[in-house]
Design a protein around this ligand. Structure first.
Ligand code: PLP
Length: 426
């Protein structure tokens, strides 16, 4: 008896089901694949270094390496033997206290460790909020241009979203009339990215106060994404300052400020001194959703009090100085390019949104075509505005090594000159 079971020798019709349609909808909103398309346009025979002004991740450059104290804190936490267990979803470990006092520094009231949940990076905080709000019929208001992961997760969880505009001529402030016009009885929240990715603008106290008043009038919470950082002349004002006016959910993390996006550590903090979100079970839902999704790794949580406490002030001074220098260089060099309008100098985050005037150019169809040909001819990768619902705009990330940035902007300029209309130069 060789076989105890008959073996089936025909073609097996494996049954995997169809691709989850929600994944396809979510993917359509992501800019990752659009950027991959631009990367595909690169000419592999170009011996010059590729300039990555598309994705915002400076940590790969030596000049933006995080402080030694941050790396040491991880090593110490991992080797302590104290962070090998499942971490709590919410609670009272030192890590929660450290983040609570870090966030309370800039607020007129103290937030408690129990107002915070940890997430695997700020993207996971975004996912959690979009999932929690995705009740049948509900909608959220999102900024255009914005950070596409809001659309991705809202789409995946079946939460309707509507866009209000940010106004380039007003330093990308929120079009509050638009917010009121798009809101209806089913609107449950508006999202702001007050240290704005993609525009680099930083909202003033007065503007944030107006946002708070508008949201209050509509009876909706404000979700404020504050993962980025400021380096210009405007101070950082957390939206939580207006927590008495309107309930605020603040999303943050260490990815950008400490330049460690790979650590995957972020948070959701309810900056809501009146307890409106708690009374309405919103916080409970956040904890519940977080409890059924991934935890940030325990050694990172173990290292957080140290990371927050000991990271050398000189690290921030240097990082801020570098980013300011990069933003200034970028702004200045863009002024010399006829087909690009950069109307204001970034004061925070890592990128700037600029207008592309296709009419100046020969043989370039739109922003996507522009970015593709730029990648092929100059090995410079830039994100087409179309990915952020801003056709014929560009998002330029300046968080790269200064020498490479300078070179990349020169290449961008020669590309634009070469493709300029009625260009008689050789
Ligand atoms: C980078 C970024 C995020 C994602 O942060 P991670 O901690 O890396 O997940 C979220 N929101 C904005 C506005 C960002 O710029």
């Amino acid at each position: 008896m060789e076989h105890s079971m008959d073996s089936y020798s025909g073609e097996v019709a494996w049954r995997f089901g169809a691709t989850n349609p929600a994944l396809e909808v979510a993917r359509a909103h992501s800019i990752r694949w659009l950027l991959y398309r631009i990367y595909d346009c690169l000419n592999k025979n170009d011996s010059r270094p590729m300039a990555p002004l598309g994705f915002g991740d400076p940590s790969a450059f030596e000049c933006f390496r995080t402080a030694a104290a941050t790396e040491d804190a991880i090593v110490a936490a991992a080797c302590s033997g104290k962070h090998n267990s499942y971490p709590p979803v919410a609670g009272s470990t030192d890590a929660f206290s450290a983040v609570a006092s870090y966030l309370s520094r800039d607020l007129p009231y103290d937030i408690s460790p129990s107002d915070i949940v940890f997430t695997a990076g700020c993207n996971h905080a975004i996912e959690t909020m979009m999932a929690v709000l995705a009740t049948p019929g509900a909608n959220v208001l999102l900024p255009r241009p914005g950070y596409p992961m809001y659309e991705v997760y809202a789409a995946f969880h079946g939460l309707e979203f509507r866009h209000f505009d940010l106004l380039p001529e007003k330093e990308w402030e929120v079009d509050l009339k638009g917010v009121e016009a798009f809101a209806d009885d089913n609107t449950v929240a508006m999202v702001i990215i007050s240290l704005n990715n993609p525009s680099g603008s930083v909202y003033s106290y007065e503007h944030l106060a107006k946002i708070a008043e508008t949201a209050r009038k509509l009876g909706i919470m404000v979700i404020s994404d504050e993962v980025q950082f400021v380096f210009g002349s405007k101070p950082f004002i957390p939206m939580g300052v207006f927590g008495e006016t309107v309930p605020v959910v603040t999303l943050g993390g260490i990815s950008k400020r400490w330049m460690v996006p790979g650590y995957r550590f972020g948070w959701i903090a309810v900056t809501d001194p009146k307890g409106v979100l708690r009374k309405n079970n919103v916080f409970e839902s956040i904890v519940t959703y977080r409890g059924i999704t991934a935890d940030p790794a325990a050694p990172i949580q173990g290292a957080i009090p140290q990371i927050i406490a000991i990271t050398d002030k000189s690290f921030f001074a240097k990082a801020i100085g570098l980013m300011r220098g990069a933003a200034e260089l970028c702004y200045r060099k863009l002024q010399d390019i006829d087909c690009i309008t950069c109307s204001h100098k970034p004061e925070g985050a890592m990128s700037v949104m600029v207008k592309l005037d296709i009419a100046y150019l020969d043989g370039i169809d739109d922003d996507i075509d522009f970015c593709c040909k730029l990648a092929t001819e100059e090995s410079v990768v830039i994100c087409p505005g179309s990915g952020l619902r801003m056709k014929n705009w560009l998002r330029i990330t300046f968080a790269v090594d200064l020498l490479l940035l300078d070179d990349a902007l020169e290449r961008l300029k020669s590309f634009c000159l070469r493709h300029a209309k009625q260009n008689t130069k050789a």
